[in-house]
Design a protein. Structure first.
Length: 117
């Protein structure tokens, strides 16, 4: 059972100064459209956070030099490096697809079968 990810979209970047660096990306709000092996799709949204103090100054990319590909690479690398997180994402995506195929119906208090009408 495989999932295909894409397209990806960046909704928001949060930045923070971390001396001696400025405008360090500390959070990325993103979404991705995911398709399962049967062609069913769902949109998954999440936020990925980064510790500004763990940025290597030697490899720091200035804010104005960032590209969408760089940001998406950071997100995808972080997801791939966290097997538990990746499994939770895939579970949530499959749940969303399943709920689209078989919607959940909510029954409120007044409509329970044991309550007289």
């Amino acid at each position: 059972m495989s999932l295909t990810y894409g397209p990806w979209s960046i909704a928001l970047l949060r930045i923070q100064d971390a001396t001696p660096l400025t405008q360090v990306v500390v959070q990325i709000m993103w979404s991705v459209t995911v398709t399962d092996e049967n062609g069913n799709t769902a949109i998954y949204q999440d936020a990925t956070t980064f510790n500004p103090l763990s940025v290597d100054p030697e490899n720091f990319i200035t804010f104005n030099s960032l590209t969408e590909d760089i940001i998406l690479g950071w997100i995808q690398t972080k997801i791939e490096s966290d097997i538990v997180g990746k499994n939770l994402i895939e579970f949530d995506i499959r749940r969303k697809i399943q709920n689209q195929l078989n919607p959940v119906t909510e029954i409120d208090t007044g409509n329970f079968p044991w309550i007289p009408t």
